[in-house]
Design a protein around this ligand. Structure first.
Ligand code: PEP
Ligand code: MN
Length: 338
């Protein structure tokens, strides 16, 4: 385990940390490199009361040796990476990236109507599944390439960037030909071959957290992509599975500030899959922006009760417009723009 000291820490600060660890029976060694100081805890498997380090204000972070974080990690002076969402928008800067659209691409008129409405309300990207990861093999699996063609048409008509999921390694080239951002879904966050494949192409990747993944596993999944040379990765918290069944997933918003603290990748929140209920989407969107999210991924449908997939969590067009105007003062209070 390595204790990374803040850049401005002095020898006295390091000595305090050393003494505090030694008082807890640990053997340590001090390392200095590129202006930064580290305290290595020797032979520890990390199973001691780490809260003793929380009381040390000059500790930057604690890293498990077994889990060093490379490309996705944040060094003290790092800014959040700003990643393009198509030609006209980015995510990770001051402006929030709002990605909205139906769960699935159903038809031309469905997609174009929703695209025009979300664009008008201020979204910068259109989401929509052409390849759908469904729990039941009997459920609608998506229109495939035909769905991608409709997404490309919606981009032509509205200028919105297109975000859509890729599930198979041999589909990466196909999806990248149509999409501006490739989504790797919650079910595939652990699919290391797919992560490698999306890392070998140049389009940005929206990586969703596996519903039982730890933050470390989530960041290592990002690392798989970045290791191939594609650093355009955004992280998406979409809820985790807990004992709670009232909500579809438990939206773990505390990970937003934590990911922003330890990683330089932008963080998006998906309150639609994160709750499963449309009435919970606006309050959780507000909370996500308030706790530092760089963007939102929201399911919107012109007629949620008739949606082929995920109608219960989809906002209708009016609800989306209201959400966007209600978000405005929250964004402003957080020094962000919509
Ligand atoms: C989706 O966003 O379309 C989706 C299937 O979400 P998740 O991978 O988070 O379940
Ligand atoms: Mn969905």
């Amino acid at each position: 385990m390595i204790v990374v000291m803040k850049l401005e820490s002095t020898r006295e600060h390091v000595e305090r940390v050393v003494q505090s660890l030694e008082r807890n029976g640990l053997r340590v060694s001090v390392i200095e490199g590129s202006g930064q100081k580290f305290v290595e805890v020797l032979g520890s498997n990390g199973h001691f009361d780490r809260s003793i380090l929380d009381r040390e204000p000059m500790v930057e972070r604690v890293v498990d040796e077994a889990a060093p974080m490379f490309a996705a990690g944040r060094k003290p002076d790092d800014q959040t990476l700003e990643i393009p969402l198509g030609d006209r928008a980015t995510i990770g800067g001051q402006k929030l990236g709002i990605i909205a659209g139906p769960c699935s691409v159903e038809s031309k008129s469905q997609l174009l109507d929703i695209a025009a409405a979300v664009k008008q309300a201020g979204a910068v990207a259109l989401r929509g599944g052409a390849f759908k990861p469904r729990t039941s093999p009997y459920s609608f699996q998506g229109h495939g390439e035909e769905g991608l063609e409709l997404l490309a048409l919606a981009r032509e008509e509205t200028g919105l960037a297109i975000v859509t999921e890729v599930m198979r390694c041999d589909h990466v080239g196909l999806v990248a030909r149509y999409a501006d951002v490739l989504q790797v879904g919650s079910r595939n966050m652990h699919h290391t071959h797919l992560l490698t494949a999306v890392g070998q192409q140049s389009k940005p990747v929206l990586l969703k957290r596996g519903w039982s993944a730890t933050l470390e596993e989530f960041l290592f999944a990002a690392e798989y992509i970045m290791l191939q040379g594609n650093h355009r990765v955004m992280l998406c918290e979409r809820g985790i599975r807990t004992h709670e069944t009232y909500v579809r997933n438990t939206l773990a918003l505390a990970v937003v500030p934590e990911l922003k603290r330890i990683s330089r990748l932008p963080v998006i929140v998906d309150p639609s899959h994160g709750t499963g209920h449309s009435h919970l989407v606006p309050p959780m969107s507000n909370a996500a922006v308030a706790c530092g999210a760089d963007g939102l991924l929201i399911e919107v449908h012109h007629a949620p009760s008739q949606a082929w997939t995920d109608g219960a969590q989809s906002l209708d067009l009016d609800q989306f417009r209201t959400l966007m105007s209600d978000l405005e003062p929250i964004a402003r209070a957080c020094h962000r723009k919509l």
